[in-house]
Design a protein around this ligand. Structure first.
Ligand SMILES: C[S@@+](CC[C@H](N)C(=O)[O-])C[C@H]1O[C@@H](n2cnc3c(N)ncnc32)[C@H](O)[C@@H]1O
Length: 374
């Protein structure tokens, strides 16, 4: 099937490119397919295809989808989430570029953690909480075939890519994680905490930690919800009465609307994560480490010298524009008019293509070990 990009999103779509093309700077073609670890590449030709068919949303569907999504606080309904897997796979490529691999720790450290036999005297175990498309779980399950990898998500999981050492359990982490307590050598949570209300986040981190075996490793990676200008100045959320020369960013404004935040996040997520780890008696405080990544939005980062800046800039634009598209039903449910949505989309398009500003956003990873038994 030949896809005309114009049909889907006239003018506003970023170039439809798969990762191979992003990195090589090519436009897509039918031969453009790349293997991403276990999953077929989200060549955005196919990405668009899926959006046009069963997963595309209309304003009629909007309020129902949005209502369902309110039950776990996510911005896309549980059912609609399977249509979002291509975007999550794009995000996975962003993380892999930022971390130079699936985890912020070195391969040597990961190999040591997940090696077969002692010290665990059992099969190494990995829990991926909020596993989404399963792409991270698959990558780990492939790399460590002797390990047992469990994906857990509130949304149903569908895959034709079955792996013997991967299993999926559906559930809501807000109901508690008792079924996983004390069982895992590695507990991985990536861009999930962001979707948990801030008054529940410390409790959720405690739950994640309780899933660790003694000596096990927890890795929390997320977005900091911060946008900076190219000179490192933090940008406020745009306001409706802003003058054209105002500093505010529509990207942050739209995230505030999506997550129903009055005035943006008050504190930076990575500090909340660090503090929750520091406060937890099960964590070995000496092992807490964190890294912050900078990601240009729709440009290459210029003289900020961001490694893989060009690819990250392109991927972040695709991610943000598609995230906006997926959030439309929720915005409609909140009573935001089609005209306002159209204006926000135009602002997002201008910002994520670096036409109106050159912004940088930040992501972070924090990790630590559970104390070993005496
Ligand atoms: C942005 S996606 C990240 C997916 C995956 N961790 C990754 O990095 O590719 C967030 C995922 O968290 C899941 N999620 C959100 N709230 C949840 C909850 N309360 N319980 C379990 N999963 C949840 C969503 O369904 C979604 O799949």
């Amino acid at each position: 099937m030949t896809i005309s990009l114009e049909i889907v999103h006239p003018r506003r779509r970023p170039p439809m490119i798969c990762r191979g093309c992003v990195i090589e700077g090519k436009l897509p073609g039918s031969a453009c397919r790349t293997e991403f670890g276990s999953a077929v590449a989200p060549c955005l030709y196919h990405f668009v295809d899926s959006r046009m068919s069963e997963h595309s949303t209309t304003s009629n569907q909007g309020s129902q989808l949005a209502k369902e999504s309110e039950s776990d606080g996510y911005f896309i309904s549980a059912e609609g989430r399977k249509g979002d897997h291509d975007r999550l796979n794009i995000q996975h490529q962003m993380w892999n570029l930022l971390m130079n691999g699936p985890c912020p720790i070195s391969d040597v450290e990961l190999d040591d953690l997940l090696k077969p036999g002692p010290p665990n005297d059992s099969v190494p175990t990995v829990l991926d909480i909020g596993s989404g498309s399963g792409i991270w779980s698959f990558e780990i399950a492939r790399a460590y075939p002797h390990a047992k990898v469990t994906g857990f998500d509130v949304a149903p999981f569908h895959s034709t890519n079955a792996l013997d050492n991967f299993s999926f359990i559906q559930g809501n982490l807000l109901d508690g994680l008792q079924q996983f307590y004390d069982q895992f050598d590695l507990v991985h949570i990536r861009t999930v905490l962001l979707h948990i209300k801030s008054d529940k986040q410390s409790w959720a981190i405690e739950e994640f930690i309780r899933c660790l075996r003694p000596g096990g490793l927890i890795i929390l990676s997320d977005w900091d919800e911060i946008f900076l200008d190219e000179f490192g100045q933090r940008l406020p959320a745009a306001r409706d009465d802003d003058k054209p020369e105002a500093q505010g960013t529509w990207m942050l404004r739209i995230f505030n609307e999506m997550f129903a935040r009055e005035d943006g996040p008050e504190s930076v997520m990575r500090f909340r994560v660090r503090d929750a780890l520091l406060d937890n008696k099960r964590i070995d405080k000496e092992t807490i480490k964190a890294v912050v990544y900078r990601m240009p939005v729709g440009w290459d980062g210029g003289n900020l010298n961001i490694e893989n800046g060009d690819a990250l800039g392109r991927l972040s634009r695709i991610d943000l524009m598609d995230g906006f598209e997926k959030a439309k039903p929720l915005l409609r449910m909140r009573g935001i008019s089609e005209e306002v949505i159209r204006q926000w989309e135009q602002h997002s398009d201008d910002e994520t293509s670096a036409r109106s500003r050159r912004a940088v956003t930040r992501l972070h990873s924090t990790w630590a070990r559970a104390l070993k038994l005496e």
